[in-house]
Unconditional design. Sequence first.
Length: 326
Amino acid sequence: MSTKTNATIDSAAPKKEVRRRSISPKKVFNQVASKGKRVKKVIIDIRSFYIPIAILFSGLLISCSILIAFADLNLPVLGGKSIACDSLDPLSQDCLRKYARDIDLNGKKFDECLAETKYDNIIEAEIAKADELGVQGTPHVIIGKGVGESFEGFYAGGAQGLDYYSDLIDKVKSDNLEEVRDGIVSERYGSLDELTERYKEAYAQQGLAGNQLEEYARASAENEFSQYEIQTYSLDNAMIVGSESAEVVLVVFSDFECPYCKIFAQDTIAGLEDKYIDKGEARLAFHNLPLESIHTKARRAANAVRCANEQGEFFEYHNILFGVAN
């Protein structure tokens, strides 16, 4: 309500109820300017704008969240580029990054982890552990029995098939470890004396004779038998798949550029997952063993699977790298 400039206000007069009405600030200004008046009190009701403003603000927040998510995943939004993966170079940096996005990992976090080779020290420790255990190649499998971080076990073999390891797991579940080990050694080599004779024949063809032949043959046979020695193993640094309460443990040393490891993952590990791991009857403990002298991209892949493990997706990423069918 407005008054003339020369009017006086009687403070004792009864106050009138102010009528509120919606009016634009621009309209008020134009009216006052045209009549040379000043405004004593103007109340602008903006309540009718509350809902449109809230809707607009919510829309902006949702849009920003979507853009941030797309930016993190490197999706082709607002000029971003998708990651191209050359099928002829499946362990390239770009392919490793793409695989992470295929299983919905945090792309930015994964990329940073991979770029800084974050897990090189752990991979070095895994290589040192393999050397200490006398691992000669990949895949290398140890089977054991026990719950927790340590267990009793022995060398089980390499890239044998699903039937072999299924039979072995069943025996370890029900029998004494030493009896299972003795059965494997007997089936594979016979007795120590029989294996020694086979080495003598081989060394004799190389020109050895006499005491030297006897010593070399016996030492080689004993060394062959010693890899099956039952000992205590630790799961330090291993990436685990399966129930913690599963008593049977399979420790696998593997290389993502090794063709035998790939076949082993596709046929044997995938089958064991269905038969034992998913049912809580066995657990898999995986160690990287990149054979860098012949596999130049194996360490990069080892780092990548560690980066995936950091986000809780080791096994799914492992399966992608080895081409295991879903």
